[in-house]
Design a protein around this ligand. Structure first.
Ligand code: V47
Length: 363
């Protein structure tokens, strides 16, 4: 029986979703423009349940932001600082190792490593960081360096992107996080991050990684100056890239946090928009296995609700997050396994602990 949608524009999309037809650009716009959040969420949940049933994934992970010195100066970022800024920091390799050594007794399966584009750190720093971490915790998966950092490392190493990735893989790199994609629109990039690696460059790094057997994630930063059309175009470009190279594992919409950025006048994203982005991503990105609600950015309570709006993953313990917290996030720095399990179970889902590549970790 056809479900009742408050927004009749969703009715034809129900037929398409049920018959597994690919949604169009126009369909994406219809979804983003609709005020019928429950209707959009219902559609996204059909896809989510078809792929994952009631399973909801989480990971026991540790974030590590080795340095926030950055030469890009993106207007939306409160984390990146110039070298002489009082809040700038660069961890020595000994400090990086100490951060990980301090948690050796915890069953961490992933270390998620992101920093800025550092003007001075040598190529060897990055290789030695991966080698050192692997020596300290050989069983842990190192998900490190966004595509933007990889392009920067290729520059400082004087190597091609492929050779840079191969050298990092050899040193212990397991996969790439999805940051740095922002919104692919040239209008937004010239206004918010003119110095950043181009969309073509970002996609080229991701697809080169895929061809070398490295999986990567993808993101979209929303809730700043982008239009709904620009969001849809971003998602469709990712979908097209995934058709070609197939190595994206998870898509994570990132909710913009305005505090301490150069856009402090912008409002925070709303719960409506946070859920909408996850649901539309689930529906448009039909070739992405997973959609992740990053609880750090949207809060644990909304991340829990998102499990009924298309998301199948709420990320993990995290332990210590800096990028969103420097931009004013009020969420905790980390959550315990017990808290993650409680959120998932209370949402009526079955918690599944995963590793970075979604292999199930037996409980
Ligand atoms: O690229 C920067 C974003 C990203 C702000 O792969 C901001 O699982 C909100 O890569 N408000 C880096 N976001 C984080 C990242 C990431 C995060 C979570 C999961 C994964 C994954 C990857 O953080 C940047 C940028 O898009 N960011 N400033 C801000 N003020």
């Amino acid at each position: 029986m056809m479900p009742f949608f408050q927004d009749p524009a969703l009715t034809p999309l129900y037929d398409k979703v049920q018959s597994r037809q690919r949604l169009s650009r126009e369909d994406g716009l219809t979804l983003f423009r609709s005020r019928d959040l429950l209707g959009v969420g219902y559609l996204a949940n059909l896809v989510r349940e078809r792929r994952h049933g009631r399973r909801a994934y989480y990971i026991y992970n540790q974030h590590l932001n080795y340095a926030n010195v950055c030469i890009n100066g993106c207007r939306f970022c409160a984390f990146g600082k110039t070298k002489d800024d009082p809040q700038a920091y660069t961890m020595s390799l000994a400090e990086v190792m100490d951060k990980v050594r301090a948690r050796l007794s915890e069953p961490i399966t992933e270390i998620h490593i992101v920093g800025g584009l550092h003007p001075d750190l040598p190529w060897l720093y990055y290789l030695d960081m991966l080698r050192g971490l692997k020596a300290l915790r050989p069983e842990v998966h190192l998900q490190a360096f966004t595509a933007v950092e990889i392009a920067h490392l290729a520059d400082i190493a004087g190597l091609s992107v492929a050779d840079t990735l191969l050298a990092l893989k050899e040193a212990g790199l397991g996969s790439l996080p999805g940051g740095g994609a922002e919104v692919f629109s040239p209008r937004i990039r010239s206004s918010l991050c003119p110095k950043k690696l181009s969309p073509e460059g970002w996609l080229q790094v991701a697809q080169t990684a895929h061809r070398l057997g490295l999986k990567t994630n993808a993101t979209m930063l929303y809730g700043h100056l982008e239009t709904l059309e620009e969001r849809v175009d971003h998602l469709l470009r990712l979908r097209e890239a995934q058709d070609e190279s197939g190595g994206f594992v998870t898509f994570i919409p990132l909710a913009f946090h305005p505090r301490n950025t150069l856009l402090p006048e912008l409002p925070e994203t709303t719960g409506f928009d946070d859920l909408k982005n996850l649901a539309v991503a689930r529906l448009l990105l039909d070739n992405f296995p997973h959609i992740k609600a990053f609880w750090i950015m949207i809060g644990p309570k909304l991340a829990q609700l998102s499990l009924a709006f298309g998301a199948d993953d709420i990320d993990g313990t995290v332990i210590e997050e800096k990028i969103t917290h420097m931009a004013g996030a009020q969420t905790p720095l980390g959550l315990s396994r017990a808290q993650l399990l409680h959120l998932i179970r209370e949402a009526g889902c079955e918690p599944v602990e995963r590793d970075t590549l979604y292999n199930v970790i037996p409980s």
